[in-house]
Design a protein around this ligand. Structure first.
Ligand code: SIN
Ligand code: FE2
Length: 210
């Protein structure tokens, strides 16, 4: 069931791959591209169906963007704030995601959605499954920059045991196959100052949504 992490971390469920430092060299280019996106489609905190507001601020690029409001979670081809299509996915981001997926054993990944998450100290993401996408054969690629965060990865049931992986600037996690619908989340971000990004963590989550 579990396979050893090549980098000596805890045993990871089959289908979960942690590529330490994979996106580090590309940080400058990827973050500049993400900043151009959020210049057009600004970060915002969204409402969840239960009535609360997420602590993570979000934006999107690509054909589809993940959104939530009082009526539920979904992908939208336009930014609800502007009514315009999301900014195109910069090639430097799409290419990085394809390369990471291929390295993890998922060749041919063609993401059409890139969610950009901004965590400030205290922000968290509760345990959830990524299940708003149509094609579950495609993996998920998650790129982390800035302050370290603890990524919690469980199993197919909410109550399954979880492992905690500390994700640092430039780490990439790819999950798919048997782990595609596994529960995961992010523990509240600890305060700190990152040399490149200051008091925040930026995460890019790439998926094939439509
Ligand atoms: C997510 O599960 O959508 C976000 C994961 C992360 O911020 O690393
Ligand atoms: Fe997720």
């Amino acid at each position: 069931m579990a396979q050893p992490d090549l980098f000596g971390g805890p045993d990871l469920p089959k289908g979960v791959h942690v590529l330490r430092g994979f996106a580090r060299d590309a940080a400058g280019a990827v973050l500049a591209a993400a900043e151009a996106v959020t210049g057009e489609a600004p970060f915002r905190t969204m409402q969840v169906p239960g009535g609360g507001t997420m602590s993570v601020a979000m934006s999107n690029c690509g054909r589809a963007g993940w959104v939530t409001d009082a009526s539920g979670y979904r992908y939208s081809e336009s930014d609800p704030l502007s009514g315009k299509p999301w900014p195109a996915m910069p090639e430097v981001i799409a290419g990085l995601a394809r390369a990471a997926a291929e390295t993890a054993g998922f060749p041919g990944f063609a993401p059409d959605a890139c969610l950009i998450n901004r965590y400030e100290p205290g922000a968290r993401m509760g345990l959830h499954q990524d299940r708003d996408e149509q094609d579950r054969k495609q993996p998920i690629v998650s790129v982390s920059y800035g302050l370290p965060a603890t990524f919690l990865f469980g199993g197919g049931r909410r109550s399954d045991p979880r492992i905690g992986l500390v994700l640092e600037h430039g780490d990439v996690v790819v999950w798919g196959g048997p782990a595609r619908l596994y529960y995961h989340g992010i523990a509240p971000l600890k305060d700190g100052v990152h040399p490149m990004l200051g008091r925040q963590r930026i995460n890019l989550t790439l998926r094939k949504a439509l």
